[in-house]
Design a protein around this ligand. Structure first.
Ligand code: ADE
Length: 243
């Protein structure tokens, strides 16, 4: 099985890498090769019996869609795990909390002028759902390791939200729990290619007036929280394969 692991920013995948000045070395994985493709770097590696392709897309929906499609079509990944950080919309989510997406939507997709609901385009759907099996695996990992894993709706858009009014609007319109800038575009690509996927985020900020400051402060820590959980999921996936 070949598994894509992706984030949007270097900081989000860096916990998997031991960056040296000249070349990133894989910390957990046995390195196979690094390939530049479509202006991005893809690390191919082995972790126990799993083939891994690791990359960060750069920020935003278009970059993330390009990377997800490349992981699937060019590198032939069978499954995609997304790791990274998000802004909290739900007051129940605090900095450092882990949230697994149960549904993903695009809060900035708007053809309401034609009578369609927010986040909808013809032949599409407002909410895309990740793999149930991967959500079960995540729950099993959280239970075994006594980690609090929250689940919720993640809203994606090409905007860093640092505005309580916009945040409220997204909460109300999409019933969203967290916001970020890539998840739903990855979801659309994986759904289109019928590739099971999972989107995990650790909260870095509350999408409020302090969001930019908090993001800078907590990006690295929250990215590590998310990537550590993804590592534990890989172990679980391996143990399930062996059974
Ligand atoms: N990712 C992390 N925090 C975010 C925010 N406030 N808005 C959009 N994406 C984010």
């Amino acid at each position: 099985m070949k598994i894509a692991i992706m984030g949007a920013m270097l900081e989000e995948v860096d916990p998997f890498l031991e960056s040296s000045e000249h070349e990133p070395l894989l910390r957990f994985f046995k390195k196979h090769s690094d390939t530049e493709y479509g202006s991005n770097l893809y690390h191919e590696a082995k972790y126990k019996d799993l083939d891994i392709v690791l990359s960060y897309s750069k920020i935003g929906k278009v970059n993330a869609a390009l990377t997800a499609a490349t992981m699937i079509e060019h590198f032939e990944c069978d499954m995609l795990l997304f790791t990274g950080v998000a802004g909290a919309v739900s007051p129940d989510l605090k900095i450092g909390d882990l949230v697994a997406a149960t549904q993903l939507c695009q809060h900035d997709l708007d053809i309401t002028a034609f009578g369609h609901p927010h986040g909808y385009v013809p032949e599409g759907k407002v909410y895309v759902e990740p793999s149930r099996e991967l959500l079960h695996i995540a729950k099993a990992v959280a239970d075994e390791k006594n980690i609090t894993l929250k689940k919720g709706i993640i809203a994606t858009g090409d905007q860093f939200i640092a505005d309580p009014e916009r945040k409220e609007w997204i909460a109300k319109t999409f019933d969203a729990d967290a916001i970020e800038m890539e998840g739903a575009s990855v979801a659309v690509v994986c759904d289109a290619f019928d590739v099971p996927f999972f989107v995990l985020r650790a909260i870095s900020d509350a999408a409020d007036m302090d969001a930019a400051f908090d993001f800078d402060e907590f990006l690295k820590h929250s990215a590590k929280v998310s990537s550590s959980f993804i590592m534990a999921m890989l172990e679980k996936i391996i143990s399930k394969q062996v059974q």
